[in-house]
Design a protein around this ligand. Structure first.
Ligand code: SAM
Length: 225
């Protein structure tokens, strides 16, 4: 059984896709996708030896060696052209790490633009939306969920023919989440508001080094309100 968080990520993997799960840890997500008949082929990528071995172990235990290829590699370098990957999942990391992984994959030509990206940043969602916008990806769905008292956003994106220009507010809150305005979203940003006001109260208007941060905080506080 998957966590609710990973179950939601899995729900955006298209039927019969070839999926690459980057930072797969135990390979729970690709294993679940295969066992539940969503996909037939998957790649599990891991950069750290311990989790890579755990992934291998699970795949062997389940006898899924012919369907899940586990590779020890940095980011999207786990993907080979002959895999014909059509969906990439990257979950449980910060938005800036996910952006860096996508960036390197883009620079190396591994990201072809044909793959659906299913991303679950723990923090730094705005940074990830900025990356997607800058690389002509369009958000096709977003979801905010809560599990064990923690909130998680899931961003689903596909390459677009034109650049989508999101407003600064959409980049911060998420275009779909902003439209939906769920109670969970309100709770999330009520909490962020308290934190931002606290940080603002600790910065000094007299310190020139604080000016940019103060302006940025004041702007986002007014948007949240
Ligand atoms: N994706 C799983 C999930 O959402 O439950 C595991 C999340 S775990 C917190 C993050 C995993 O990403 C770790 O196993 C870590 O080793 C791996 N990781 C971090 N940076 C990576 C990179 N550049 N390439 C591949 N894996 C990476």
């Amino acid at each position: 059984k998957l966590s609710l968080r990973l179950e939601k990520v899995a729900s955006y993997v298209p039927q019969a896709a070839v999926v690459a799960d980057i930072g797969s840890d135990h390979a729970y997500l690709p294993a679940w996708l295969i066992l539940n008949g969503v996909v037939k082929q998957a790649v599990a990528g891991e950069v750290v030896k311990g989790p890579f071995e755990s992934a291998n172990q699970l795949v062997q235990q389940l006898g899924l060696e012919s369907q899940i290829t586990v590779r020890l590699a940095n980011g999207l370098e786990a993907i080979e052209p002959t895999d014909h990957v059509s969906a990439i999942t990257i979950a449980g990391m910060g938005g800036s790490l996910i952006s860096e992984i996508l960036d390197r994959g883009f620079e190396k030509g591994i990201l072809t633009g044909k793959e659906r990206l299913i991303l679950q940043p723990n923090i730094g969602e705005r940074k990830l939306r900025l990356w997607l916008q800058a690389h002509q990806y369009q958000l096709v769905a977003e979801e905010l969920i809560e599990e064990d008292g923690k909130r998680y956003e899931i961003l689903v994106a596909e390459k677009a023919t034109e650049t989508t220009n999101y407003s600064p507010q959409e980049l911060l809150f998420g275009p779909f989440l902003l439209k939906e305005k769920s109670q969970l979203l309100k709770d999330k940003w009520a909490q962020e508001l308290v934190q931002k006001e606290l940080i603002l109260s600790r910065l000094s208007e007299d310190n020139p080094n604080h000016q940019d941060k103060i302006n940025e905080l004041k702007e986002s506080i007014s948007w949240i309100k």
